[in-house]
Design a protein around this ligand. Structure first.
Ligand SMILES: Nc1nc2c(ncn2[C@@H]2O[C@H](COP(=O)(O)OP(=O)(O)OP(=O)(O)O)[C@@H](O)[C@H]2O)c(=O)[nH]1
Ligand SMILES: [Mg+2]
Length: 248
């Protein structure tokens, strides 16, 4: 695995030379844990912290590294590195940070395509879908709609959903998926290009983690159903991570 498999582009490489950063190592942030990061260089993974300078010059949380960011690194032993600089981002998914009025939190950076996942059985809502589409369009991310759990619907229900979707959203690409029968999985895998970065967004319980496990062909992410006993919609995935597929 090399940097271009991870999505390193000509533009990023030009930025590197234009800013006299060529002496640094380069990596991509795959995990973020309270100001500690996991960064991959393609062939190796490092635990990383940010430089004091980066910390003190940050004007807001958005200036800290996020999952998907490209960073320059100083590697100081086989497992540890310091993040020296965050490259300019091509796109960001962000949300209002909890408890800090006005501050945004970067959920992920440099995403090319978002799979917007919504299950067919659980109050499939075009209005909700359109809110996710708006998020993608304003972030400069190409959306692909995935209607999941088709194994739980009849042919007529599926057709009605497609008709309703095509009436409202003429331009958008969509895929029917069952994570159980795996129908539609090849179509999703077929969209995914080497060196591009994808994310799964959508309501809790839609099947995002199950889809990612299916694409990785192993159970890396915990999956579960929305807590029925409390009806509170417990979110299973509280964690963000960038995975590299075997084929880049
Ligand atoms: N029948 C059926 N069940 C599915 C399908 N995809 C996922 N599930 C089930 O739906 C439940 C929720 O799936 P997850 O993948 O955990 O959902 P998620 O979108 O990651 O949810 P959060 O992490 O809470 O945001 C699990 O019990 C899955 O086994 C599907 O295509 N068909
Ligand atoms: Mg999940």
């Amino acid at each position: 695995m090399n940097l271009s498999d991870l999505g390193f582009t000509k533009e990023l490489s030009e930025y590197l030379t234009d800013n006299s950063l060529s002496d640094f190592s380069i990596g991509r942030v795959t995990q973020e844990h309270r100001e500690r990061y996991v960064v991959t260089t393609g062939d190796h993974e490092y635990d990383a912290e940010i430089t004091g300078n980066l910390r003190f010059s940050a004007r807001s949380r958005a200036d800290f590294p996020a999952v998907g960011d490209w960073v320059t690194l100083v590697i100081y032993d086989s497992d540890n590195a310091i993040i020296h600089k965050v490259f300019p981002r091509k796109s960001v998914l962000e949300r209002q940070a909890v408890g800090k009025f006005g501050e945004v939190q970067i959920i992920s950076a440099n995403i090319d395509v978002a799979f917007i996942i919504q299950s067919i059985n659980n109050n499939f809502s075009i209005n909700r879908l359109e809110r996710y589409l708006t998020i993608c369009y304003s972030a400069g991310i190409e959306p692909v709609v995935v209607i999941s759990k088709t194994d739980l619907a009849t042919g007529t229900e599926i057709q009605n959903t497609i008709d309703a979707l095509e009436r409202r959203e003429k331009r958008v690409k969509f895929i029917l998926l069952s994570n159980i029968t795996k129908s539609g999985l090849d179509q999703i895998a077929g969209i995914i290009e080497k060196g591009k970065t994808y994310c799964a967004i959508g309501p809790s319980g839609a099947g995002k983690s199950t889809l990612i496990n299916n694409l990785l062909k192993k159970n890396v992410l915990k999956t579960g159903s929305i807590s029925e006993s409390t009806n509170k919609g417990r979110h299973v995935t509280e964690h963000r991570e960038l995975f590299v597929l075997e084929n880049g």
